[in-house]
Design a protein. Sequence first.
Length: 301
Amino acid sequence: MKSIKRLLLVLDPDADSDFVVQRAKLIAEKYNAGVLLFMSKPNAVTPESVGKGLGSLFFKTQHKLFIEHYEKMLKVLRGEFAAQGLKVKAEFSADKNSADAILKKILEYKPDITLKSVQKHSGLKSILITNTDWHLIKTSPFPLLLVKSQAWHKDGSIIAAVDPLHAKAQQNQLDHLLIDAAENLATRMSLSAHIFHSYLPELSTMFPKALDAGDYIKQVKAKHQEKIAELLDEHKLSTTQVTMVRGELMRTLLNCIRKEKGNVLVLGALSRNFVERAIVGSTAEKILYDTPCDVLVMKNA
């Protein structure tokens, strides 16, 4: 994600979208990007539900008013973007399957980044990752920014979570893509870029003595440090911008986000630590549910 020229903003017609709209305006302004506002809302009233005869006329009238209502919402938002001097278009879809409609628009528009909000459970602290969100995470070939309902830190950071000890060449390319995205976004937003990596050596009965285990842990740490250094060689980051820690993933990740005032966590959709290990499992869900920042999901081109 060297540059952003085409931004797709997916709007939830039933939720407060202030933060995702705010993010879209900021990113579009910093990159001078064109914006497509896209809203999808299936009509609950169908021709089948109202029957024949007068029902058909009722449906046509209701459907027209239904579309006009949401297009009016989009027109107001379009005016806000245009007032900031941004190039903006807007489209509404009443297709039955919103997830498919959104993915279809992504594949058609080919945005450099897609923004979508994730909502909090009503009355609960945790956020709600919908089936639509998971569908887009797994199927969209373009970067997807899932926006949380909270303001960014003015002196915050963009954190790239990398996995340098993978065996796949494709993952190696992805790590560099994650760092590029974090550096580029941080520069444009006047924030700092940061790299996060956690590792957890597997200890077992093969180390009967504490000294043996200690030597093994030192060897593992040195190996991870070597791989991190290799990543840094191709980027403009210093070792002070790296958090490499031994410990459980979520605990160490949350500590890093809090310490570095993370605004965005950049993840790779092939990362062994995140998606390859559990694309719809507990690790990936915890990252999306519990991280107190936006999450940018990247994939290899």
